[in-house]
Design a protein around this ligand. Structure first.
Ligand code: 13P
Length: 253
């Protein structure tokens, strides 16, 4: 059975003391409320990974990074490699978030390399795909998302693909309060799973967790998570508020 995952993407928010306070609140609420089959991940800014990992101790909540380099080591000022994440025992890493694509020019070729580096370092990539509003309005969203998936993932062996988590995040729903409807989310998740099945077979496709991201909150999470091909969420704004985030986690059945 594929894993259910709720991952908070804090993006570039919180001071260290605010971050610790948020984690303390989440931990206080979550132990009794998390279903055994749901993996909760906090994708926090790089400098907070170690302190927050230490704070989480051996709780069921684990850490993720929001990016990693396409290189292993060397003269790449400001970068953090997947091998560094491995050395810090940070299990997850978001790759290809639309903000990275938009503001840092990340494209499919670069992301294929980053996915490869993450897997080589035994980290789990949360690979993001999703269309901008004008693409949705032009009706070419399925084509674009399939292209994003193909460019970054289709060179992988089936065994490696099974180690990847995919997040469908329509750009028009990110930070806008405008969530995709459950029907829109389910449609796109089914398109992605069908695409995976056509290349790797149904058994492999059925093992891949596909998360939805874009204005997920405590009110809409249950309906989104009830969709058969939605295996959890990648949560931005709502992950910055403890009660809201824990309620999103609780919405997972
Ligand atoms: P919001 O939940 O704030 O819309 O952000 C979604 C997101 O980008 C998660 O990666």
């Amino acid at each position: 059975m594929r894993k259910k995952i709720v991952a908070g993407n804090w993006k570039m928010n919180k001071t260290l003391s605010e971050a610790k306070a948020l984690v303390a609140e989440v931990m206080g609420m979550i132990s009794s409320e998390v279903k055994a089959n749901t993996q909760v991940v906090l994708c926090v800014p790089f400098p907070y990974l170690v302190p927050i990992k230490n704070q989480l101790g051996n709780s069921s909540v684990i850490t993720g990074a929001q990016n990693c380099s396409e290189h292993d080591w060397g003269a790449y000022t400001g970068e953090v490699s997947a091998l560094m994440l491995k050395s810090m025992e940070v299990p997850y890493v978001i790759l290809g978030h639309s903000e990275r694509r938009q503001y840092f020019g990340e494209d499919g070729t670069l992301l294929a390399t980053k996915v490869n580096k993450a897997l080589a370092a035994e980290r789990t990539p949360i690979f993001c795909c999703g269309e901008a509003l004008e693409i949705r309005e032009a009706g070419t969203h399925e084509k674009l998302v399939k292209q994003q998936v193909e460019e970054a993932l289709f060179y992988l062996s089936a065994d490696d693909l099974k180690k990847v988590v995919i997040a469908y995040e329509p750009v028009w729903a990110i930070g806008t309060g405008k969530t995709a409807t459950a029907q829109q989310a389910q449609e796109m998740h089914a398109v992605i799973r069908k695409q995976l099945a056509s290349k790797y077979g149904e058994a492999v496709a059925n093992e891949i967790s596909i998360l939805y991201g874009g204005s997920v909150n405590a009110k809409n999470a249950a309906e989104l998570f009830a969709c058969p091909d939605v295996d959890g969420g990648l949560v931005g704004g709502a992950s910055l508020k403890s009660r809201e985030f824990v309620d999103v986690v609780k919405a997972m059945k």
